[in-house]
Design a protein around this ligand. Sequence first.
Ligand code: UDP
Length: 495
Amino acid sequence: MGEGKENDHTVVMFPFMAQGHIIPFLALALQIEKRGFNIVFVNTPLNIHKLRNSIPPSSAIRLREIPFTGDSDRGLPPDAENTDVLPPSLIFAFVDSSISLKPAFRDLLSELVHSGAPPLAVISDMFFGWSADVAHEFQIFHTIFNAAGGFGMACYHSIWMNFPHRNSDSLEFLLPGFHESVKIYRTQLTPNMLEADGSDPESVFHHRMLTSWSNSDGILFNSVQELDWIGLNYLRREIGQKVWPVGPILLHVENSVRAGRKAGVSLEKCIQWLDSKPPNSVLFISFGSNNTISTFQMMQLARALEQARNTNFIWVVRPPLEYDITAEFKAEEWLPEGFIRRVVETQNRGLVCVQWAPQLDILAHKSVGAFLTHCGWNSVLESLSQGVPLMGWPLAAEQFFNAKFLSEEIGVCVEVAKEFNCEIKCEDLVEKIETVMGEEREKGKEMRRKADEVKEMIRDAMRDDEGGSKGTSVVSMDEFLNVALSRKENMEIGM
Ligand code: UDP
């Protein structure tokens, strides 16, 4: 599957409505387009509208809208089309009601099929396992693109399919079917997992979602075989389908708009500021596309940053949990009195970005020494692909398992939060920031060395030399496209 070879085949791509899903899907779409395929990118009207600015001029990706009316009975506002406008309490209702997109997606596939050019493949979101039945109704090859990591997803799968924490009272437990994994602590489960008993709405949703993956013709993972083989192998066993690790799939098109989100600070300003700082002296802080922390935690973090005097920082500040998600930035309520004046303006030690920052460009800058992150998988890959070690402050979903994997198996992360919803005090944060950022600390040096090794591993997986030498992620992508193409050829000749 050579780069840029023109063909008539169309791949339909359909991410869930959240930046952490849309960004890697767009990056994958651009990669597949580069290999000569046409792309139809499907989403709801507001997301498509925002995406129009993010498609590079050189791309011919076609954007298609399908309607989504939400579910007002479950409290979803009628214009909510992305998790970034929803409070955490409504995220599950939003995910669960996305199955209402099924008839409109079916109509779209039917239209494409009857236009005389049936798509070669559908690549849909991990939450849209139901789309396999729709694609197969039209004899279209179907895959899921999972933007989460293999290890985190394996833990998630084993827990939601088996509820191992319900079989004993002990604090720690092993994961059924995942004997290669480390022990998981009860305190690392999010409340929805802890309370799940198999019959509640979240259990029903997860059971339906995870079993539907086996109906798909394979799963693409935004991951790297050499890094994440433990979890990927578990998923191969459990799902019984091909698993193709094709990552890292990174969206390099930054500009000021990243898949429809405008940064609170310009890229130029960030780079100029970073250029003025010594190598490895800046801690980048961000909790992903929609998570945030409480006011108490913001205060503790700000105090820690003030006390860690040798560390500079870029902090993406979002309204704390107690506030409306769209609230205006209120330094005087969210941060210690005088923090901005003293630390940001007088000492020039920090840059505070409101809501959103050009993350990948920041991580790629040589002045960035570590990333304090919620451990969303895109953020993890973006950091490791630049050799930047992590401080893990997981908040939801499979993020605790990602942090555990990165610290216990790979050695590139210090866990800041080891338990769900634990209180993290200023002194603890100062100690951990100094451990990771301090030039003279052995632990920090060792993490940086390991992060550099992972960066090389990632680079190797993406190798695609003229002479034909290919890394494992490139080979997986070739294999996926070749399987889809031969499936179509076989169908056309009636096999
Ligand atoms: N992101 C960004 N700027 C921000 C916050 C997030 O560009 O200020 C991007 C980040 O680079 C990543 C995505 O949003 O690509 C977040 O995905 P991740 O899987 O890390 O977390 P999620 O948002 O899904 O929890």
